[in-house]
Design a protein around this ligand. Structure first.
Ligand SMILES: Nc1nc2c(ncn2[C@@H]2O[C@H](COP(=O)(O)OP(=O)(O)OP(=O)(O)O)[C@@H](O)[C@H]2O)c(=O)[nH]1
Length: 340
């Protein structure tokens, strides 16, 4: 079985869009997930109190220079190596790019990492709902940044009206029809959209809530819209799936999907196998699942994203169950996406 790989999420967005605010929100709401952070400068992240609360487990800072231009793959790897190694117990690493960073470069640095304990976890682009139009006038490359994103956050929706929001949404969807788009203010998204929340039992009678849990429950109580716009659709099938049709689904995902995870059982010719599948945006990875207690007999997937059409997603996955015999060479579709 392949070793555990920690997803590395890149958070980008123009100056002042709300990246640090998002990071602080995520750190406040890790809900038990262990989070590692790479930022240019810790000045504005409320890191001391987070460390006291035990929410930031590891962090690395590049205090001078811009992460994307000053750093090459080996420098990024030096930072990732501090966080992701054999004994690391992090669940996710978040890299906050500076407001002037070139996201394509950031993706290259993370996706090109030689650290075997990390995998690319997607590009989250924070968009300032008020300033987007004016910023694009000055910096047209921002449109390309939108096109690269796996998740677009329309932030500062508290400062625009419904009509302006709809216009912006239309514009962003035109620039990137593939990405999930979530509207929010102060970066208040459900962290489960970005990374897995470890399962933990509720507090037993008489047991004190941990600080992390307390903070989350307060936040959840005050902002019941935390879960808005976030969907997690489960799909199960006892029948093995057609590898090529499945890969076709993954390469042409329904609008709004951000990530997909779970086990898939596929069959072609006499060959059958179960794989652990992870996708974020159009990055797809299959790992042979072996035989563990957790490995189901069939397929069990969770599709996570924003404003998903659950009937459509399930129907398209159901169509991956073959109605005719599948030729053995269809398995190559999977092998294209298995780690070396
Ligand atoms: N009204 C409003 N203000 C916000 C929102 N999100 C962030 N802000 C404010 O916008 C300002 C910039 O937010 P940051 O999180 O520092 O933005 P950033 O993208 O990290 O900025 P740089 O590091 O300069 O690139 C701060 O004053 C935030 O408090 C929001 O949704 N609504």
């Amino acid at each position: 079985m392949a070793k555990k790989q920690i997803p590395v999420i890149v958070v980008a967005g123009f100056l002042g869009a709300g990246k640090t605010t998002l990071l602080n929100h995520l750190l406040r709401n890790t809900r038990g997930a262990r989070i590692g952070v790479i930022v240019n400068d810790f000045g504005s992240v409320n890191i001391d109190s987070m460390m006291v609360a035990g929410q930031v487990d590891s962090m690395v800072s590049l205090s001078n220079g811009c992460l994307c231009c000053a750093v090459d793959v080996s420098d990024m790897d030096a930072m990732l190596d501090k966080l992701a190694h054999r004994s690391s117990d992090l669940d996710v690493i978040v890299v906050e790019a500076s407001g002037l960073a070139e996201p394509r470069n950031m993706i290259r640095l993370v996706a090109g990492s030689e650290n075997e304990y990390v995998s690319y976890g997607g590009l989250v682009l924070v968009v300032d709902a008020v300033e987007f139009d004016a910023t694009v006038e000055q910096h047209p490359e921002l449109e390309q940044h939108v096109a690269l994103a796996d998740l677009v956050l329309i932030n500062k929706t508290d400062r625009i009206d419904g009509e302006a929001h709809d216009d912006l949404l239309t514009r962003l969807c035109r620039l990137n029809s593939r990405a999930a788009v979530v509207s929010t203010d102060h970066g208040r998204i459900d962290p489960a959209l970005l990374f897995d929340i470890p399962e933990r039992p509720g507090p037993q009678p008489g047991e004190q809530l941990t600080l992390d849990r307390l903070l989350y429950e307060q936040d959840d109580h005050e902002h019941t819209h935390l879960h808005d716009g976030y969907d997690a659709i489960t799909f199960e099938s006892a029948d093995a799936l057609h590898p090529r049709v499945l890969v076709d689904f993954l390469e042409n995902q329904p609008a709004g999907v951000f990530r997909i995870k779970g086990y898939v059982r596929v069959a072609a010719g006499l060959d059958t196998g179960t794989y652990l599948l992870h996708t974020v945006g159009d990055h797809i990875r299959f790992e042979p699942a072996g035989r563990g207690d957790d490995v189901p007999d069939g397929t069990q997937l969770v599709v996570i994203g924003a404003d998903l059409d659950s009937d459509d997603v399930r129907e398209r996955l159901r169509r991956c169950v073959p109605t005719e015999p599948v030729s053995a060479d269809a398995m190559y579709a999977i092998h294209r996406f298995t780690p070396r």
